[in-house]
Design a protein around this ligand. Structure first.
Ligand code: ZN
Length: 383
């Protein structure tokens, strides 16, 4: 082969690579496009989380905090969605509150995408969809799914072993990018530790009374349709769960283990005046015992392999063949919040909290999520 042929072949390969890279980078960059979250009429202001911790200003974890204020003073409540981005119903419950809820007494802080970095990349090699679409009467709305942990582009390299220096807990290296391993965080640590620290700074400076950290877990894990609670919050959680049971919603109450460290429901109450609870609904997506990960699985939690596994006794809960629609899972998170604030108000009247209006469980299940989501650009009072 002569030199001219070599040059031509090299140029052709380079050109082909440029085309592939251009197409791939478009795909990767699309994961950075913000989701359609619209401040509703109850939102008084939106601030960046870095307001409480300048070390994350402008970084990939500097997420939006929506503040809803009642006319009467009372307790302060913080609701976290998207601490683990793939857990879609947790994000959706936060978005429904931002777009529809109004507060009568107290203050409500809502963070829909708590680990914002995690929303920017799906995990490699798992074949997950990139997002899911919620149909509304005014058109489809697309939301990202991301990964459970911060994007490695934002926090790299992982250590061989992640040691949470605040608690002494040791995890595999990748777990240092899981927000729910890095509490109480450090102001100058790994990026995800800085995020945990910023959340605790918000909780301390705003004197938050109650934190609800919303999650979803696969049925092959023990904590499904359950809530993990620190001893400081046990009586408020127990009253809420009893009242939910009267409404036909069953939730298992789990005491937060004292030696399982680095998690929100353990470290937030240990490092602030707040009580905190972690509430889980059912999503097969990030478990090991499941079929193909599809967009439909996110929306319906339907999975024939899990039905078989649960019939064989391999899951903590029985997985229904019809799945658990995202409306039911979102509604469970909302119903839990409403009962928690009622229990808080009855047990700690100095921290009373009341909604003026907010979509209820039955309403969300009956009308579908699309009825409660706003279109981008829509005015807060527009319908
Ligand atoms: Zn989770």
């Amino acid at each position: 082969m002569d030199a001219r042929n070599n040059v031509a072949t090299s140029l052709a390969v380079l050109a082909a690579m440029a085309v592939v890279l251009a197409l791939a980078s478009r795909h990767f960059l699309a994961q950075y496009r913000a989701d359609p979250i619209v401040a509703g009429p109850g939102v008084a202001r939106v601030v960046k989380l870095s307001t409480y911790a300048p070390n994350i200003r402008g970084r990939a974890v500097d997420t939006d905090v929506y503040v809803l204020e009642g006319a009467r003073p009372g307790g302060t409540v913080l609701v976290l969605g998207g601490a683990h981005p793939p857990e879609a119903a947790a994000t959706m419950a936060a978005v429904v509150l931002i777009e529809q809820a109004k507060v009568a007494q107290g203050r409500l802080f809502v963070i829909p995408q708590t680990n914002l970095s995690g929303f920017t990349a799906t995990p490699a090699g798992l074949g997950w969809p990139e997002g899911y679409t919620i149909r509304t009467p005014r058109g489809p709305l697309r939301f990202r799914i991301g990964a459970k942990v911060s994007n490695p582009v934002h926090q790299w390299p992982d250590p061989d072993e992640y040691v949470n220096t605040g608690t002494g807990a040791r995890w595999s290296g990748e777990q240092g990018r899981d927000l729910n391993r890095t509490y109480p965080g450090r102001p100058d640590g790994y990026l995800t530790e800085r995020l945990a620290y910023a959340l605790l700074e918000l909780i301390r400076r705003e004197d938050v009374t109650l934190v609800l950290d919303m999650h979803e877990a696969p049925p092959d894990r023990p904590l499904i349709n359950a809530m993990a609670v620190h001893p400081k919050g046990m009586s408020v959680a127990a009253e809420a769960i009893l009242n939910l049971e009267l409404e036909g919603i069953k939730v298992r109450l789990e005491a937060s283990p004292p030696n399982f460290r680095g998690l929100s429901h353990r470290e937030i109450p240990d490092h602030s005046n707040a009580i905190a609870m972690l509430h889980e609904t059912n999503l097969p997506l990030h478990g090991a015992l499941r079929g193909r990960a599809t967009e439909a699985m996110i929306l319906t939690a339907q999975d024939e392999f899990l039905v078989y596994a649960s019939r064989s006794g391999w899951t903590g809960t029985t997985h229904p063949p019809e799945g658990v629609p995202i409306e039911v899972r979102t509604g469970r998170h909302l119903a839990m919040l409403y009962e928690l604030v009622k229990a808080l108000t009855s047990q700690q009247p100095q921290h009373a909290f009341a909604f003026e209006s907010a979509p209820g469980y039955q309403e969300v299940v009956r009308k579908g999520l699309g009825a409660f989501l706003r279109m981008p650009g829509e005015s807060p009072n527009g319908q």
